[in-house]
Design a protein around this ligand. Sequence first.
Ligand SMILES: NC(=O)c1ccc[n+]([C@@H]2O[C@H](COP(=O)([O-])OP(=O)(O)OC[C@H]3O[C@@H](n4cnc5c(N)ncnc54)[C@H](OP(=O)(O)O)[C@@H]3O)[C@@H](O)[C@H]2O)c1
Length: 317
Amino acid sequence: MKAAWIADAARGDLSIVVGETADPDAGSRGLIVAVEAVGLTFGEPHWVTNGAGPLPDGRPRPLPVIIGHEFAGRVVDAAAGDHDFTVGDRVFGLIDFWRNGAAAELAHVLPSEIARVPEGISAVDAATLPIGALTAWQGLFDHGHLQAGQTVLIHGGAGAVGTFAIQIAKGAKARVIATARGAESVALCRSLGADVVVDTAAERFEAVAGGVDLVFDTVGRDLLERSWAIVPRGGTLVTISGEAEDAPSPERARELGVSAAWFIVSPDPGQLAQLASWVLDGRIRVKLDAVYPLDDARRVFQEAAGRAHAGKTVLKI
Ligand SMILES: NC(=O)c1ccc[n+]([C@@H]2O[C@H](COP(=O)([O-])OP(=O)(O)OC[C@H]3O[C@@H](n4cnc5c(N)ncnc54)[C@H](OP(=O)(O)O)[C@@H]3O)[C@@H](O)[C@H]2O)c1
């Protein structure tokens, strides 16, 4: 089959290869999906070099590894097991980051990683949800414990995760302040429902974002560091940026009396099904940044650093 993979940990984006490789095997517990669309996360080629592995159990991330861990497609082979998926089902999901991803004609997935795509949602739209929207959900609710009536500051509101985070937080009846860079991204955040949008190229978020209950950071660096000062005692700071070693310091959190967390999104079929239903009923809409063919994978990653991102980039297989 054709696939796009990372060949060399040291070379980051430059090491992405598009070529022919062996078809996956469903194994005893798995399913094989004919992939139709796969969502991209541009930091992925750097997870290896920057030490996203090894996993807590000591497994390093294997190389070569097929990129793109959020996908939508159709089941073409299903091993018997404790699941009710059958050949022909339209599914979407999130594949464990330490196995091969889905930027390929075929992908091996586990029943615990997927949910059905309802009629009315395209494969391209469905492929944006498992990392983009699931990360937003888990950051806001599972780690951020956001409640109706609270105020959340979302850093990187125009990004793949941020565009969903704004909409999901508004759907939960929270007040949303978002940060973005540049007029187009600011307008996008407003169109998604943000109550206040701060253009970080022109103003400091501290000037308008006093008294937030939760900061959900997707940018890191300076924005994350400065956010500690605006989370009050009893508030929460959640970040998904960087690697485990960039996680907020528990000592600092204790001193300030705030909860602070860094996490890696995990598959959750129930949350995926709920997100799909929100797309169908219009509570959230997908913001696509760009769609490319699989053959362009290497170029798309190499050019990603030099351009702004508004929403999700998808490869159509
Ligand atoms: N831990 C996890 O489970 C997890 C899951 C998903 C993603 N991530 C990580 O989270 C980060 C965000 O992911 P993503 O897919 O949403 O990336 P993305 O689509 O590139 O979005 C990032 C957004 O942040 C904006 N931004 C950057 N610097 C900013 C600043 N100073 N002020 C305001 N906005 C700024 C970017 O704007 P420009 O385009 O103008 O730069 C872009 O719109 C990445 O590092 C990714 O690897 C982690």
